[in-house]
Design a protein around this ligand. Structure first.
Ligand code: ATP
Length: 254
């Protein structure tokens, strides 16, 4: 197995308050690592460190190279980030927004759409079911369609590491299922990996191969999802019987 991302002794402070305390983590090719834990545990901050959005101490490496040493375009070719909410304020078409994913691959300004780029954009539109909407203005899309548009943009970017912050947040059930199925399908190509914050523990359990359980900036447990998401560990972090609650909820549908 090849290591796509390696985080070693990561700490992040905001104005002297430590939001992340000494976290280490490996993300292997073919895995979906979910970050779970209660509000304020430091999940988004960990992702922001990987995307170089916050100052940190420790080392973050992408395929063995310190991520800080990579040039912006090089990093952008390797790392795709899908934020929780993507604001749009201009009437770009779906295709234009998806094509922006190719800019990190362009040899110069205005040369983003070479043949390979065209093919990547077409494939991304097709995969996400957006071909028919390609000329629609993004201002007219539903929340689910807009999220799929930004997912298509990161697919077109063709990264090795996909970083997701609550990719299915605010989406209808059908879109939640769709987004995670697309991500699983994307991961089937060799040399790719996903790291994602997931609040919905049922989704984290179903789609995660590995899980990091965070608690007030620290890593309470990490490893294979079924070994981390045990009744005892979840109860210790969330302060309630998560298993009992989930079963109770699901029992209503029996
Ligand atoms: P949630 O589940 O609520 O999204 P989280 O686990 O993603 O939370 P973070 O957003 O990483 O947690 O926040 C971790 C801690 O850092 C919190 O106490 C938060 O208030 C604080 N924090 C986050 N961003 C900043 C910032 N830009 N400036 C100051 N403090 C911040």
């Amino acid at each position: 197995m090849s290591k796509i991302l390696e985080i070693k002794n990561l700490s992040v402070s905001y104005g002297g308050i430590e939001a992340i305390k000494n976290i280490s983590l490996d993300v292997e090719a073919g895995s979906i690592v979910t970050l779970i834990g209660s509000n304020g545990a430091g999940k988004s901050t960990a992702l922001n460190a990987v995307t170089q959005g916050v100052p940190y101490t420790g080392r973050i490496s992408l395929e063995g190279r310190d991520i800080r040493a990579l040039k912006g375009a090089e990093r952008a070719r390797s790392v795709g980030f899908l934020a929780q909410k993507n604001a749009v304020s201009y009437a770009y078409s779906v295709e234009e927004v998806v094509s922006l994913g190719r800019y990190a691959h362009a040899s110069g300004f205005l040369s983003a759409r070479d043949d390979e780029g065209e093919a990547c954009v077409e494939r991304a539109l097709e995969w996400t079911g957006l071909t028919a909407l390609r000329r629609a203005s993004v201002l007219t899309l539903s929340g689910g369609e807009l999220q799929r548009t930004f997912l298509a943009q990161v697919f077109a970017q063709n990264p090795k590491l996909l970083i997701l912050d609550e990719p299915a947040n605010h989406l209808d059930l059908i879109y939640q299922k769709h987004i995670f199925s697309l991500i699983e399908a994307w991961l089937k190509q060799p040399g790719r990996a996903v790291i994602s914050v997931v609040h919905d523990l049922s989704l984290a359990k179903k789609y995660g191969t590995h899980t990091v359980l965070m608690d007030r900036g620290r890593c309470a447990a990490q490893g294979r999802t079924n070994e981390v998401m045990t009744r005892e560990r979840l109860e210790a972090v969330y302060g309630m019987d998560v298993y009992g609650w989930m079963r109770d909820l699901l029992g209503q549908w029996a």
